[in-house]
Ligand binder design. Structure first.
Ligand SMILES: [Zn+2]
Length: 283
């Protein structure tokens, strides 16, 4: 019994240490789901890193998602480098650390992907690259992704994840919203399909632009989707708001997104969606 008590104490310690949403999937034996608080044995998260109880998708690097999402991938624009236009204190060091951790030049991975014989342009934002913030290189990479997709007559699938515009680049970050939106519009004018998949968390300028401009907007279960954070909303309207206000399930109920898609189903369902939308004149 003493051993059992000790194990329980260790588990509680792990759970307490990892309770905060957004922490990297910890390496301990037991972790707690930040959404349903279920204790999960580490190995039960599986390759998709999802909660077996509520299907919440833990935050993962863009390259980790790529491994199980597509069959082939040809990457674009790995040589673009973010400048430090404001000479923001500590920004260069932060960038280098984020680049080393994510193996990306900025907060989005872009390229052409295939699932079976279905080809599409793919963007995956990395929630760990300075909180998935949108800097000038993020904006440029996404804009070029849409421009290439328009040229090649390809649909776009974009996995959104962001804390918003990157404050270290000031107004240059905010300007990416209109630049990307222009490229999205040109892609749409060419009659091409754009699917967004919201992942945890998607907020700020990314929500206010390309994350919500998809023809089909999907979300992972329990992902947070909003513009301003809950605390900012409460301070502005001087009212408490429900805990699940910005959960994908609430947002779906209120009509802002089209459906919720589990990670294990994404490869098959996204390929199917692209396929049925490419059957022009078939019906
Ligand atoms: Zn859960």
């Amino acid at each position: 019994m003493q051993l059992f008590d000790e194990l329980k104490t260790i588990s509680k310690k792990h759970i307490k240490a990892n309770k905060k949403a957004g922490e990297k999937v910890p390496s301990g034996l037991w972790i707690s789901c930040p959404k349903c608080q279920q204790s999960i044995y580490h190995k039960d998260l599986g390759k998709y890193k999802t909660c077996p109880n509520c299907y919440y998708g833990f935050r993962i690097h863009a390259r980790e998602r790529l491994e199980w999402l597509v069959d082939t991938f040809q990457e674009f624009d790995t040589d673009l480098e973010t400048k430090d236009p404001l000479n923001f204190p500590g920004y260069k060091e932060k960038l280098i650390k984020a680049q080393q951790d994510s193996k990306l030049n900025d907060s989005v991975l872009t390229g052409i992907a295939m699932i079976d014989d279905v080809e599409f342009a793919l963007g995956i934002m990395d929630p760990y690259f300075i909180m998935g913030s949108m800097g000038t290189v993020t904006g440029e990479k996404i804009t070029r992704l849409f421009e290439r997709a328009t040229q090649k007559n390809l649909p776009v699938i974009l996995f959104a994840a962001s804390g918003g515009a990157r404050m270290q680049e000031g107004i240059s970050s905010l300007m990416q919203m209109s630049k990307i939106s222009q490229a999205v519009k040109e892609h749409s004018n060419a009659g091409l399909l754009y699917i967004t998949v919201i992942t945890d968390p998607t907020t700020g300028g990314v929500t206010a632009s390309f994350a919500m401009q998809g023809d089909i907007i999907l979300s992972e279960p329990r992902a947070l989707l909003g513009f301003a954070g809950k605390r900012v909303i409460e301070q502005t309207i001087h009212q408490k708001v429900p805990d699940d206000l910005q959960d994908a399930e609430t947002v779906l109920k209120n009509g802002f997104i089209d459906n919720i898609i589990k990670r294990e189903d994404q490869k098959e369902k996204l390929a199917w969606l692209v396929k049925i939308h490419s059957m022009k004149g078939a019906f």
